[in-house]
Write a protein that binds this ligand. Structure first.
Ligand code: NAP
Length: 308
């Protein structure tokens, strides 16, 4: 097939978890030319993409001119906004989202896919107002809708990689024994998402079926798991002794990120009101097929990063 005839998809965050899965699935499909946006086109991750036939272009999401250049001639855009613990700007995710949406609109992009999250402020009816990583993504979605930009919205669940790549979610309690730590009761349920694998394949299916998906919002997850179930499955997979525990408020106040208001409000709201109470998994299965389970993900993931 003539390469120039393929529609071009621009992927923000292409060297990160979500974006790399989208790039992999786009390349596997052989139906698209892939343009990766990166702040540093000379990084080893950017070079690795280029060696696989991906066009890598320099772009910072805070720079409107970069985005305009990067989206020129693109048919589709995949992006999420990035939560920063120490944001440089007030409502930084809203700034990022507006930049992307405005640039996509100006470039005449035919299909945008936005990895979003629901508003915890709304879900909790104003009880939890510090989960900006959710609320600002919801504001971006609202802004996109106000522009009439043709967009499919995917609400990603709790990343499966959170419990395999971040040692801070565990604490050591003995030789080969760990606790998966939480600030909420361990029977709290989260929808889990294979952000580095299957999620990318669902995004590509949406790019292939724009008329069925544009304007709709899907919960991109395979299943709900309690924190206790996640711990038990990681234990079975690794052969280590792992159980889930709820931290005391005092222990929470010393944890690197669980002590922060965005984490606290997010988990409290999920525990009390659910992750995305307005969405179910059935439409996702119907449109994209069943997503791979947490067990499938663990079978693929080479190792689990436990603390020393
Ligand atoms: N963890 C979860 O359970 C979960 C669940 C749902 C949603 N989320 C959301 O997922 C988001 C993070 O996504 P991720 O894990 O896929 O990201 P990630 O792996 O941390 O990667 C971030 C990517 O963004 C790029 N990037 C960073 N700053 C940039 C900038 N200023 N301009 C342009 N590109 C920039 C980086 O590329 P370069 O370095 O190459 O520029 C990198 O590819 C967060 O907003 C979080 O709220 C997380």
């Amino acid at each position: 097939m003539d390469l120039s005839a393929k529609p071009t998809i621009a992927v923000l965050g292409a060297t990160g978890q979500q974006g790399s899965a989208v790039v992999n699935a786009l390349l596997d499909s052989q139906r698209f030319a892939v343009r990766a946006l990166s702040r540093n086109v000379k990084s080893s991750a950017a070079n690795a993409l280029a060696s696989r036939g991906v066009e890598v272009v320099q772009a910072d999401v805070y720079n409107a001119g970069d985005l305009e250049r990067a989206f020129a001639g693109a048919d589709g855009v995949f992006f999420t906004t990035l939560f920063e613990l120490a944001p440089r700007l007030l409502k930084n995710e809203l700034v990022q989202g507006r930049n992307v949406a405005d640039a996509a609109k100006r470039a005449g992009v035919k299909h945008v896919i936005f990895s979003t999250l629901p508003s915890i402020r709304e879900i909790s009816d104003g009880k939890y107002i510090h989960a900006t990583q959710f609320d600002e993504k919801a504001e971006v979605a609202e802004y996109i809708r106000s522009l009439d930009l043709p967009t499919t919205f995917f609400v990603y669940g709790y990343f499966m990689t959170n419990v395999t790549r971040d040692p801070n979610v565990y604490r050591v309690v003995g030789p080969d024994a760990y606790e998966l730590i939480a600030t909420v009761p361990v029977h709290t349920k989260v929808p889990v998402t294979d952000a580095t694998g299957d999620a990318g394949r669902a995004v590509v299916k949406a790019f292939l079926n724009p008329t069925d998906t544009i304007g709709r919002e899907y919960l991109l997850s395979s299943e709900y798991k309690t924190i206790a179930q996640l711990a038990a499955e990681v234990g079975r997979h690794t052969g280590k002794k792992i159980r889930a525990v709820q931290l005391t408020p005092e222990e929470t106040s010393r944890h690197v990120f669980l002590r922060l208001r965005p984490s606290q409000d997010m988990f409290n709201s999920i525990h009390e009101f659910g992750y995305a109470p307005h969405l179910t998994l059935e439409p996702t299965v119907q449109a994209f097929g069943k997503q791979g389970s947490f067990a499938d993900f663990l079978a693929r993931e080479k190792k689990v990063a436990f603390p020393e």
